[in-house]
Design a protein around this ligand. Structure first.
Ligand code: CA
Ligand code: CA
Length: 134
């Protein structure tokens, strides 16, 4: 009688780790909620993305892991339709981040792509993404 219960508890834990935990921090990457994103906030966001979505912790986001990340960004943008989140849905798609097109996004690729994305949107080049930038 015990094992089905344990199995469902495990499934619940796995589902929670893979899914529900993700979207909230995507809404929170403007850590001090002032409507602007600094490079420092971007770096923290980057670290959290890898920690959260690299579920097998091998240092790359593979196709399945990236699909979860895509879905989490879309969900977050739906819940909180800020201009920044809308930009992040498309701007951080794997076609932008998988720079060598091998189907996997490494930490380095993600860092480069995120920085490029930041620079593209930081129109006045002050190192801060503020509402005037997008
Ligand atoms: Ca991985
Ligand atoms: Ca790659």
């Amino acid at each position: 009688m015990k094992s089905p219960l344990i199995a469902s508890a495990l499934l619940f834990l796995l589902a929670t780790q893979a899914g529900a935990a993700d979207a909230s921090f995507l809404e929170d990457w403007d850590l001090d909620s002032d409507g602007a994103i600094t490079l420092e906030e971007l770096e923290k966001f980057r670290g959290k993305v890898f920690q959260t979505f690299d579920t097998n912790q091998d240092g790359v986001l593979d196709s399945a892991e990236y699909t979860v990340f895509d879905q989490a960004r879309a969900d977050a943008a739906e819940k909180n339709p800020s201009a920044l989140l809308q930009r992040a849905v498309h701007g951080l798609s794997r076609t932008s981040t998988d720079l060598n097109l091998d189907g996997q996004v490494t930490r380095e690729e993600f860092a480069q792509a995120l920085l490029a994305w930041f620079r593209t949107h930081d129109r006045d080049n002050d190192g801060v993404l503020s509402p005037g930038d997008f």
